[in-house]
Design a protein around this ligand. Sequence first.
Ligand code: NAP
Length: 318
Amino acid sequence: MSFALDNYRLLGRSGLRVSPLALGTATFGTETGWGAEKDDARRLFDRYVERGGNFLDTAVGYGSAESLLGEFARDRRESLVLATKYSTLRRPGDPNSTGGSRKNLLASVHTSLQRLGTDYLDLLYLHVWDFTTPVEEILRGLDDLVRQGKVLHVAISNTPAWQISRMQTIADLRGWSPLVALQLEYNLLERTGERDLIPMAREMGLAVIPYSPLAGGLLTGKYSRADVAGVASGDGTRKGFNFAALGTVTERNLDVVDILKEVAAEQGCTPAQAGLSWLLHNPDVTAPHYRRPHPRTTGGQPGCPDGGPHHRAASPPR
Ligand SMILES: NC(=O)c1ccc[n+]([C@@H]2O[C@H](COP(=O)([O-])OP(=O)(O)OC[C@H]3O[C@@H](n4cnc5c(N)ncnc54)[C@H](OP(=O)(O)O)[C@@H]3O)[C@@H](O)[C@H]2O)c1
């Protein structure tokens, strides 16, 4: 099986062809404290598209990422698949600048189109389910944008399986644009989606697009047991974010990483390569969202000689 970036695959129940690895841009820009400066982000983008990569992921809530991506993509817009997301807070204090509502949807897409410097989005995700907006309002708004030509395909992220299957059924029965992709956190440390979300996506024609395929860096093996207790909350680093905000720097997760390191050594590759291979060889997965490391730190990433740990020893305790 080839995972070359120009070995394109279909995105769920659509005719859109995408690379087997998407380039995530959440860390384009330095607002978070650990993101990439513009020149580094440009190098990451160029390296990805020069190798045939066409699938770029961003969001209205990713600081300057949309604007940077729009600038980088300007000369080759048509050959790229630009995916963005709406529903996270855009203006603190304004209750209508967040959530799934029609008002926020239309304003958010307007903002994204301007920042990306394009008159259409290839893929628009609902970023986070708000447990409030009626699903008919969301689906009808998404379908209106498709009919207006501002959005080509619609998708969803961070929403319970029961709600997505209900939404897809309503869309099908009403002839509205179906959801063609599901973005979820899925990696060797976070496998909750295997129970409901991934089987649901398979049944309902949604491509599975895992985010945080390296668990925010834990699966590279660069965290130690000293990090479990030693990272100050809100210290402005990715490590601090993983520890304090996400709570993923734990003994249990480091136990899994220890096994991953053993498997990677057996296979002659790095833990990061083995972790990515585990996802890439999963037939349910369409395209993990990979955020390459800093362009100066290392060369290639995907690829374990025989495909990595598959689903064997590195599987975490369930
Ligand atoms: N839908 C959603 O709610 C959602 C949520 C999260 C992410 N996403 C999407 O998914 C994309 C990827 O998310 P993510 O950043 O969490 O992915 P990730 O690949 O799990 O984590 C990226 C981190 O791994 C580190 N890393 C990668 N390769 C490495 C290597 N070889 N050696 C050492 N460290 C390495 C990077 O470190 P450095 O930064 O130190 O280089 C970076 O901090 C985002 O850009 C975004 O597009 C979507």
